[in-house]
Design a protein around this ligand. Structure first.
Ligand code: LLP
Length: 427
């Protein structure tokens, strides 16, 4: 993860920039992105999944802004988007539309129109009704490359809310009872649609390779049936994202290089057994690219010691990071603006919002003299925090600052009270 160094005065530096200086210049809460760490992670993925045989599409839902779009393009990644908003932002920032995939179990007319107008590379069909709808939008003389999202019946992922590979959840077409095969046959029959491959996404925060291998085998099985029944040999296989990261030291991670090696071997074996050519492999990591590269910075506003707990309350919370409340995710905050020699005490870091459940970290060790005005840094904060942020309690969403070689650069400004008021046009 973004490796913060500690200066002689105890101030924490990221890419040579004191976090306290960023807090002073941009206010708190603020999210800081270590650009070198993002690039390193992109390069690890590109090396593990080389362009000659694979594509790496960054899942924009984890976090997206124009500065990041530029960087991802430079590093040779593709993009996975799931709304007209993400798609327009990427394309207007200069990202080549042909390297973008559009996902979604409920694509709006605007999502589809935008995708067709901008010339998105692939549209991933999620359900039977979408086939006719997309074919009509494309027209018989039009042409759109599509993939079909299959539910492989594999349960994996860090929390029930983010498991998407099993039957009975809302995404994809089941392998059971020939649902997926039947849908694929219908896609193949549409003159305007070109079925380039199958897709699945098992879930998120997965730390084992095995579920991917099971899904791979099942999808290759369907590819063989499509060849046998319809003479269609699909050139691509997309196994989605979900590669797990550590939010605290010592937690398990899914190493992309190991994953790539084992996928490549399994794909070669399974395809050889089925007599199929090896398709181009696609992966869609979001969290693993951006999560460890981000740090959230908060200012302590209040400290309260009760008979049960010590609360350190900060100026952000579930509005900028809903993940502890939603999925019970645990983080490891630390003091970032000074050194303390006080003993560590068991502390609950609370947010500022009007709910007892607005806690950013429970049972963490912080110095006993932690006090209002102190800065707290929460590492591994780059994914699904800001992208899921709200303006709950009319608290504006925090800015994003990138750091690199001792310099800081604002990527996204803070949402101001004027921004929030401007939307309220009634009387
Ligand atoms: N591809 C598809 C089709 C997806 O739905 C997702 C994530 C990804 C790729 C990227 O997954 P990743 O590599 O980032 O795990 N808000 C939750 C995570 C939701 C993930 C949704 N889909 C969280 O904060 O943990």
């Amino acid at each position: 993860p973004a490796t913060a160094a500690e200066g002689p005065d105890g101030r924490v530096l990221l890419a040579g920039v004191p976090l306290a200086d960023i807090a002073d210049a941009h206010g708190t809460p603020v999210y800081v992105l270590d650009e070198a760490e993002v690039r390193d992670r992109c390069r690890t993925y590109r090396a593990a999944f080389p362009a000659a045989e694979a594509d790496v599409h960054y899942a924009a839902k984890a976090f997206l802004c124009r500065g990041l779009v530029r960087l991802l393009d430079e590093e040779g990644l593709g993009l996975d988007v799931c709304s007209a908003g993400e798609l327009e932002l990427a394309v207007t920032a200069g990202f080549p539309p042909e390297r973008i995939l559009l996902h979604g179990n409920a694509k709006s007319p605007a999502d589809l129109d935008t995708a067709l107008r901008l010339g998105v590379g692939r549209i991933v069909i999620d359900g039977p009704a979408e086939i006719a709808r997309l074919a009509a939008a494309v027209g018989p003389r039009g042409h759109q490359k599509v993939m079909l999202r299959v539910t492989p019946g594999v349960g994996a992922g860090g929390h029930a809310k983010i498991r998407t590979g099993t039957d009975g959840q809302k995404f994809g077409l089941s392998l059971r009872d020939g649902h997926a095969q039947h849908a694929a046959a219908r896609v193949l029959a549409q003159p305007g649609l070109e079925l380039t491959g199958l897709h699945c996404h098992l879930g998120s925060q997965i730390t084992e390779v095995k579920p991917y291998l099971t899904a791979l085998r099942r999808l290759v099985g369907l590819m063989a049936r499509l060849r046998d029944a319809h003479g269609a040999v699909l050139p691509e296989l997309d196994l989605g994202g979900g590669h797990g990261i550590a939010h605290r030291p010592g937690e398990p991670v899914l190493d992309p290089t190991t994953l790539a090696r084992r996928l490549r071997t399994a794909l070669a074996e399974d395809c050889a057994a089925a007599g199929l050519p090896v398709p181009r492999l696609v992966v869609e990591p979001g969290r693993a690219v951006i999560g460890p590269a981000g740090i959230a910075l908060y200012r302590v506003l209040a400290v309260k010691t009760t008979p049960e707990r010590t609360f350190v309350a900060v100026d952000g919370g579930m509005s900028d990071n809903p993940r502890p409340a939603l999925y019970g995710v645990r983080y490891a905050p630390r003091l970032a603006g000074r050194r303390s020699t006080a003993p560590a005490v068991r502390t609950t870091v609370a947010g500022r919002h009007c709910e007892a459940g607005d806690l950013l970290a429970e049972d963490v060790a912080l110095p006993a003299d932690t006090r209002p005005g102190d800065l707290l840094a929460v590492p591994v904060s780059g994914a699904y925090q800001l992208s899921m942020a709200s303006s709950y309690n009319l608290v504006g969403r925090p800015p994003v600052v990138a750091v690199r070689d001792g310099a800081a650069r604002l990527l996204v400004r803070r949402e101001t009270l004027e921004d929030l008021r401007a939307r309220d046009v009634g009387l």
